[in-house]
Ligand binder design. Structure first.
Ligand SMILES: [Zn+2]
Length: 286
């Protein structure tokens, strides 16, 4: 309890010295860091030389399975920063030493601070972070942004099994494919669907593939993690304006309870891509 109070006081004291919105996220991460089984960590420095911070819930030496929850690829989707923080609070409360979570509430710091979807790159231009990953259906330049390269490195290096990327505001919980494919069903489609159904019993979100349930887009995080590494990767689109963010976080807790302990074996499976003209349209969609 003393530790919790210390964290709250620390957060309150620093309230007056917030330089920007991301500082408020950092204060909340510092508060979580006062709780047991947590470690504050930096993913690395982004293109503005700013540390992308997250919280680890778990013990490296004991955990058998590692997962990722990453929020706010799109800086204007504000609730996408909240759900990962609520999720961290819940998994700290119901601590399971066999599992470790890397939780990063805000990947796109420059966008978050100005309520903008895109992220500023080293070239000074604004890029869509969730179109910056390697994709089975395009030959575009990948990993222009440091933030996306850094989270990709973490997932690869730490052998992450399951990942959820949090966005807003469609009210869906979806799985690959999302790229410009003729057929969105992967070889794991039945498994993805059954798993997703259990998670959305809590928030009643619509499930399906990203491409069918939302819209197709090339270069997204979720397709990359699954296609390249076999990571079980899901996209949580928080519903607005009526969503209960704590319930969304609870649905993620249930979701991870049902995670396999190993990645999918269907790595690098063939994707039935649309033709090149349609593919380039994918990058300009909202
Ligand atoms: Zn988004």
């Amino acid at each position: 309890m003393k530790k919790i109070l210390a964290g709250l006081i620390l957060a309150a004291v620093s309230l007056s010295s917030f330089a920007d919105d991301y500082d408020k996220i950092l204060a909340r991460l510092n508060t979580l860091d006062q709780l047991p089984n947590t470690t504050l960590f930096s993913l690395g420095k982004n293109d503005q030389n700013r540390d992308i911070m997250g919280i680890i819930v778990g013990d490296e030496s004991r955990a058998k399975t590692k997962h990722v929850v990453v929020g706010t690829h799109h800086g204007n989707e504000r609730a996408a920063a909240e759900v990962p923080v609520f999720f961290a609070e819940l998994v700290i409360q119901s601590y399971d030493p066999s599992v470790l979570y890397y939780i990063i509430p805000v990947l796109n710091i420059s966008g978050y601070n100005v309520y903008r979807r895109g992220e500023t790159g080293a070239d000074g231009k604004v890029h869509d972070s969730n179109r910056d990953y390697e994709d089975a259906c395009t030959t575009k330049q990948d990993f222009v942004l440091k933030s996306t390269a850094l989270i990709a490195e973490l997932i690869e290096r730490e052998d992450v099994v399951t990942a959820v990327s949090v966005h807003g505001y469609v009210g869906t919980f979806t799985y690959p494919w999302g790229t410009e494919a003729r057929n969105y069903a992967t070889e794991d489609d039945a498994f993805f669907s059954e798993w997703a159904k259990k998670a959305v019993k809590i928030n009643n979100y619509k499930i399906g593939t990203h491409g069918a349930a939302i819209y197709p887009a090339t270069g997204a995080f979720e397709d990359w993690a699954y296609y390249k590494l076999g990571v079980w990767s899901f996209l949580l689109e928080i519903k607005s304006p009526s969503s209960d963010l704590k319930r969304d976080a609870q649905s993620l807790v249930e979701f991870f309870k049902n995670s396999p302990s190993e990645r999918s074996l269907k790595v690098g499976q063939q994707v039935n891509c649309m033709d090149r003209i349609l593919k380039s349209l994918g990058n300009s969609r909202p």
